[in-house]
Ligand binder design. Structure first.
Ligand code: PMP
Length: 415
């Protein structure tokens, strides 16, 4: 396979050699073409080895025992926190809270910060392109408090309608919650610009960075985001672990979300005092080995370079746009390719997305179909489902060609 990508200067062949799962073939000998990275990425040997190394040599519960193993696992766990801190440009390591993923991070903020700061008549500003993870927790907050949900519209070309901000942002707006990158349209949203306008009316900003942190260099300070959530499993790390970043002063004043072991300073029979950050938000036994393995995942991304990774994915997306352009009846969702990350979602006239995905699967090509947890966006687009190909650092131009060929064959097959 010719896998040195001239466009992005990425040695994809070398990268692919690090990912054991990519080298399999199906029963009909089709090599796996993994284009479902938006749902979950695969992981390199260094991450897999880190996990087994922790379980073979260093595993014990963290922050508890006085024994050697507990000390070792605690050190590794806290080292991983520092790796995340520098990776996202957080000012303090205790601004990094380990969670189970993006969903939990957003729920934590909606419950803890939301219940303490949002009241009846307040407004929560979302966008029409949000994942259900960044919709439902805010709807639940609105139900509990009597706050109103408003949403920044998506324009016909798949971008946020920034002109609407002057009307939608008011002194009643308490928080603006938005995705940095849409998991369907691929749109890269201008987070810093929106954060500036939100802050001007006194609102806080929650960034769903699930589709951003794995693919572009993030600086939470540059965004001036108040909260940022993302998941390990989409960025070469393990499933079951994620990160919530929050500005120190905000996290300090927020009440704990989950109660239990580790998150307390003192407990009496009828009361407790919460622990300091970050323990206050890490009740119970955390995903120990998974959090530790975030460090090699970050190291891998940094070694390849986030700027080159984004450039590579964008060049694959541009190639997919080019090759899919003349497939009869096919429409790509979202903005012009220059404004998006490596996500290409499409619909084909008269064809069910599930049929297309099943047909592609028969050729070893893994894509996602459905509403991708964005029912309001699909409703707005007037469709019930779409097919999504999402690229990562190990995908090749040849794989894009296979996708386009198979899509063309699908259209011919279903006639
Ligand atoms: N937000 C976005 C934009 C996503 O793409 C996803 C994952 N599909 C999530 C939130 C939820 O992430 P997780 O399931 O890891 O909590």
């Amino acid at each position: 396979m010719a896998t040195f990508d001239v466009e992005s200067q990425l040695d994809v062949q070398r990268i692919r050699a690090d990912f054991p799962i990519l080298h399999q073939v199906d029963e009909e000998q089709h090599p796996l073409v993994y284009l479902d990275n938006g749902a979950s990425s695969q992981r390199p040997n260094s991450v897999i080895q880190c996990l087994s190394n922790v379980y073979e040599k260093h595993y014990a519960n963290v922050h508890r025992g006085a024994h050697r193993l507990s000390g070792e696992s605690t050190d590794l766990f806290e080292e991983a926190r520092r790796a995340v801190q520098q990776f996202i440009g957080a000012a303090f390591e205790n601004e990094v809270i380990f969670t189970s993923g993006t969903t939990m991070g957003i729920n934590l903020v909606a419950r803890s910060w939301g219940d303490a700061n949002v009241t009846a008549g307040d407004e929560i500003l979302l966008t029409e392109m949000e994942h259900h993870s960044n919709l439902v927790p805010w709807q639940q907050l609105a139900q509990r408090t009597g706050a109103k949900i408003r949403a920044i519209p998506v324009t016909a070309d798949g971008q946020l309608d920034l002109d609407s901000l002057s009307v939608l942002l008011t002194e009643r707006t308490k928080i603006v919650a938005l995705a940095a990158v849409s998991n369907v349209l691929g749109t890269i949203n201008p987070v810093a610009e929106i954060a500036k306008e939100a802050h001007a009316v006194g609102a806080k900003v929650m960034v769903d960075a699930a589709q951003a942190v794995p693919h572009e260099a993030i600086d939470v300070g540059g965004w001036d985001a108040d909260f940022v959530a993302f998941s390990g499993h989409k960025m070469l790390g393990p499933s079951g672990v994620g990160v919530l970043y929050g500005k120190h002063a905000l996290l300090e004043e927020m009440p704990p979300f989950l109660g239990g072991g580790s998150m307390i300073d003192v407990v009496e029979i009828d009361r407790f005092t919460p622990a300091m950050l970050p323990a206050k938000f890490e009740a119970g036994t955390p995903p120990i080995a998974d959090a530790i393995a975030m460090k090699p995942a970050i190291e891998y991304l940094e070694q390849v370079g986030l700027a080159r990774i984004l450039q590579h994915e964008q060049s694959l997306a541009a190639y997919a746009h080019e090759l899919l352009a003349d497939v009869p009846g096919l429409k790509i969702l979202g903005p012009d390719v220059s404004k998006k990350a490596g996500i290409v979602s499409f619909v084909i006239d008269g064809l069910a997305a599930s049929d297309v995905a099943t047909f592609l699967d028969g050729r070893g090509i893994a894509v996602r179909e459905g509403h991708h947890c964005t029912l309001p966006l699909h409703k707005k687009l007037g469709i019930s489902a779409s097919v999504r190909a999402s690229f990562y650092l190990y995908n090749t131009r040849e794989e894009v060609e296979k996708l386009a060929d198979a899509v063309r064959t699908t259209v011919e097959f279903f006639g």
